[in-house]
Design a protein around this ligand. Structure first.
Ligand code: BGC
Length: 357
């Protein structure tokens, strides 16, 4: 007990000192890093904190919404610069170098290739600029390569479990889902990009949860549609063409692909009562509307507001010379590196809480 108390006080004092240090550094930044503010020309125009961001693909629906949330966080004394890597790791590496040259105080990286962060890490380390990776998680061996590397995202397993639980409730309570009455649910998984942690983990956990909850399942196929609505529509249309009208359940790794499946059924003018039960993940605006309109049975909320807030607060702490411990009052920090926001289940029952968010 005493030791715990002592540790707590030590932690508290440590936090205070770090807090004071970060205020001092922030003050130095605001004073243009040139000594006494009164002596500079920039008195009324202090240097802004500069946050650089690079996205794997700016046209990704979830990331667009996440960036909208990040923009809303930005205060007057902060400049936010966002680059699109257009799915090229090489382009992203050059963007990171450019942001370092441009004097970014912290760089937020949505990796194109989550297994290839070496050039980004090396450049940042050389220039001593902290990096916050987000949404596309690098492997543990890479994040431990330097003490100024962090990750903000969510726990992919949690989203897979929630999707599986919602689907299980539907399959166990609504007997009309088992259209051919064979006692098993014929299902298809629409998967995100190969190698993305959310695609791998969501796929595994949603099906495992469904089975654990006692739903007899029969896999008709897994199809990669790269998080993309049009690709998902094409894949599902092919399944319908090839006579897979027996699909009773579609578990999509994200809302865009669930919407692509809906597009396919609508394009074939298949009547709603013959559709499979369709589930997504993200809770995007269009995804929520599909739940409201009873086209998607449920989705899982990917907390974009929480992730944007964590990225921003951590950026500000790091830019001011502080550390991830400075945001522990608001976020759960794991291993001194990770902040993961929680997901939430959304069905027709609680959709109103999310619509208009
Ligand atoms: C989201 C997807 C998004 C992907 C991009 C996932 O967490 O659920 O909608 O396309 O991240 O990396």
């Amino acid at each position: 007990m005493v030791i715990c108390g002592g540790l707590k006080i030590k932690n508290y004092l440590g936090r205070c000192l770090r807090y004071l240090a970060s205020i001092a550094v922030a003050a130095a930044l605001l004073a243009g890093l040139s000594g006494c503010a009164q002596e500079t020309e920039d008195v009324g125009n202090p240097r802004k904190v500069k946050i650089g961001v690079t996205l794997y693909d700016q046209y990704d629906t979830f990331l667009t919404l996440l960036m909208d949330c990040l923009h809303r966080e930005v205060e007057d004394n902060v400049e936010l610069v966002i680059y699109n890597a257009s799915q090229s790791q090489q382009t992203q590496n050059s963007q990171v170098k450019k942001m370092i040259e441009d004097g970014c105080d912290v760089i937020c990286v949505n990796l194109v290739d989550r297994t290839d962060p070496t050039a980004v890490i090396d450049a940042a380390r050389k220039a001593d600029v902290p990096i916050i990776f987000f949404n596309r998680e690098l492997v543990e061996g890479d994040i431990s390569r330097w003490n100024k590397l962090f990750y903000v995202g969510a726990d992919a397993a949690e989203s897979g479990i929630m999707q599986g639980e919602m689907a299980a409730v539907t399959c166990l309570t609504d007997k009309s889902i088992d259209k051919n009455g064979d006692g098993a649910i014929q299902y298809v998984v629409l998967e995100g990009e190969a190698g993305h942690q959310d695609a791998i983990v969501r796929t595994e956990y949603c099906v495992e949860t469904l089975m654990k909850k006692g739903v007899a399942v029969d896999k008709l196929g897994n199809s990669i549609a790269n998080w993309n609505r049009a690709q998902a529509q094409t894949k599902v249309a092919q399944m319908i063409d090839s006579g897979s009208d027996a699909i009773e359940l579609i578990l999509a790794n994200n809302d865009d692909m669930a919407l692509g499946a809906i597009d396919a059924y609508e394009a074939y003018e298949i009547k709603k009562s013959d559709w499979p039960a369709i589930f997504g993940i993200d809770g995007t605006e269009v995804g929520l509307e599909a739940v409201r309109d009873d086209k998607m049975v449920g989705t899982v909320y990917n907390d974009k507001e929480g992730q944007a807030h964590a990225i921003y607060r951590l950026s500000m702490a790091l830019a001011g010379g502080g550390s991830i411990e400075d945001v522990e009052d608001e976020f759960t920090v794991t291993d001194g590196k990770y902040i993961r926001l929680h997901y939430d289940k959304i069905t027709a029952a609680n959709i109103n809480k999310y619509l208009g968010n």
